[in-house]
Design a protein around this ligand. Structure first.
Ligand SMILES: O=C[C@H](O)COP(=O)(O)O
Ligand SMILES: CC(=O)C(=O)O
Length: 212
């Protein structure tokens, strides 16, 4: 898969809903109801971070939920990319980018949304063909003001900012011409997940899906 094809695919994901839930799932039993709750609230693109021992199984379980598109986050190495793809992930997200990781994703045909936090990192990814990028960690790296500043010299890059974004500041990002969607964990708070309060998560997702 070419970087251009990967970017077209990740751009299309970003246009499906204004928010991509970034999920850290500890309990496999919560995978399907959590995915179903988010999808029924209108958030159909789900990023399952590879930060828990059950993450790959969670990807397998969530992939069974009708209407969702499930990808892997925190994909750091070629092995992570291979495992994610084998588990059924349809895309990968990384907080940054390395040549080894990008090459692996290109070789195995797993579209990746690679991370950048500076103009140089964004330019290096663009030079390789990645015009859709994650901006991470968004708030700590200058937030919406930083992305607004990048839009002038680099209007051809579309970003999915993630990190420190919630319902109250998401609009600041979504109003920018170089932001396609945002990522965030606020739509799946741990207390609601642990308590199985799926209707509450659907409500958060529904509010998030109205943000644009
Ligand atoms: O590592 C953090 C994830 O990208 C999500 O960030 P968040 O919890 O600030 O939304
Ligand atoms: C930072 C993030 O969202 C990731 O781990 O991919």
């Amino acid at each position: 898969m070419t970087p251009q094809d990967a970017s077209s695919f990740t751009e299309s994901l970003c246009h499906r809903a204004p928010v991509i839930p970034v999920l850290v799932v500890d309990d496999l039993d919560t995978a399907q109801p959590l995915a179903a709750a988010l999808v029924s609230g209108g958030l159909t693109v789900l990023e399952v971070t590879l930060r828990t021992p059950v993450a790959l199984s969670v990807i397998r379980e969530m992939s069974q939920v009708t209407g969702g598109i499930v990808g892997a986050g925190t994909v750091l190495t070629p092995e992570d990319a291979e495992n994610a793809k084998a588990a059924g992930a349809e895309f990968a997200v990384s907080p940054g980018a390395t040549d080894r990781l990008l090459s692996a994703c290109e070789d195995i045909g797993l579209p990746i949304l690679p991370g950048a936090a500076t103009a140089t990192e964004a330019m290096m990814l663009l030079e390789r063909g990645y015009s859709t990028q994650k901006f991470f960690p968004a708030e700590a790296s200058g937030g919406a003001a930083m992305l607004k500043a990048l839009a002038s010299p680099l209007p051809q890059i579309l970003f999915c900012p993630t990190g420190g974004i919630g319902h109250d500041n998401a609009h600041d990002y979504l109003a920018l011409p170089n932001v396609a969607c945002v990522g965030g964990s606020w739509v799946a708070p741990k207390d609601l997940v642990q308590a199985g309060k799926w209707a509450g998560i659907t409500d958060l997702a529904a509010a998030a899906s109205q943000l644009r």
